[in-house]
Ligand binder design. Structure first.
Ligand code: MG
Length: 241
């Protein structure tokens, strides 16, 4: 099947699930880690280093599956598993700040190949870019303006949300910042929880498999279309916009 055929099938299915026909998008909502930056391997290593230091048992790869959760939510999950109770706010803050320090010490993560083309396609067509990330990692957030100049004035980060992905809250906040209805927007996320959040917000969702997930995992989480690179995403955006 060609990209155009896959896309037209996905748009028909979207209209059925949302009860609204997809119209020319005014806004494109981008996740950050694993979409704009190839940062997930570093995040997973940093989580594992924090856990080793704190005596928490964990496997580096399991953190791919938690992507999109807030830091506190991930720490609570680890605590529940090991101690049968959540962590208090102070412990969450302390451990998350250790994880952030380990991540920062690794240096700047590379841009995801194809991501700049995807962002450029949105700006060229006069639509708005919005950042919707579960991350509160200031070392990357500060880099965005330099790497994607003029693109991400509108942002939803870990600091803005109460519930975070997979709740639709962060993507609904992104829509409201862009003054866009869900059927005239596109969401792009690489993680099952992020895809779930965008899809529940009623947005046409592109799942980009840039990490070690099995094929079909993002479709299963609710993606309207699943692809395996940001270069393919740039091509699809040019067609949709
Ligand atoms: Mg991500």
């Amino acid at each position: 099947m060609t990209v155009s055929e896959t896309l037209s099938g996905a748009l028909e299915a979207y209209a059925l699930r949302s009860g609204r026909a997809f119209t020319r998008p005014k806004a494109v909502l981008f996740d950050m880690d694993g979409v704009l930056y190839d940062s997930m391997p570093g995040h997973c290593r940093a989580w594992k280093m924090m856990c080793d230091e704190a005596g928490i048992l964990a496997d580096a790869d399991e953190f791919f599956a938690y992507e999109g959760r807030t830091g506190a939510s991930t720490i609570n999950l680890l605590f529940e598993r090991q101690y049968g109770r959540g962590a208090d706010d102070e412990t969450c803050r302390r451990l998350y700040s250790r994880k952030s320090a380990f991540f920062k010490a690794m240096g700047e993560p590379p841009l995801m190949p194809g991501a700049r083309e995807a962002v450029d396609a949105v700006l060229t067509h006069g639509a708005k870019c919005v950042l919707v990330t579960g991350s509160g990692q200031s070392s990357i957030l500060e880099k965005l303006d330099r790497d994607y100049p003029g693109a991400f004035g509108m942002r939803v980060t870990a600091h803005d949300v109460l519930r975070g992905k997979p709740d639709p809250e962060p993507f609904l906040m992104g829509l409201s910042k862009a003054c866009a209805e869900p059927w005239c927007a596109i969401a792009i996320d690489n993680a099952p929880l992020g895809v779930m959040s965008a899809s529940r917000a009623g947005i046409f969702t592109i799942g980009v498999r840039t990490g070690p997930l099995p094929e079909g995992a993002l479709k299963e989480a609710g993606a309207d279309i699943e692809i395996n690179s940001m270069s393919a995403c740039a091509e699809i955006l040019s067609k949709l916009l």
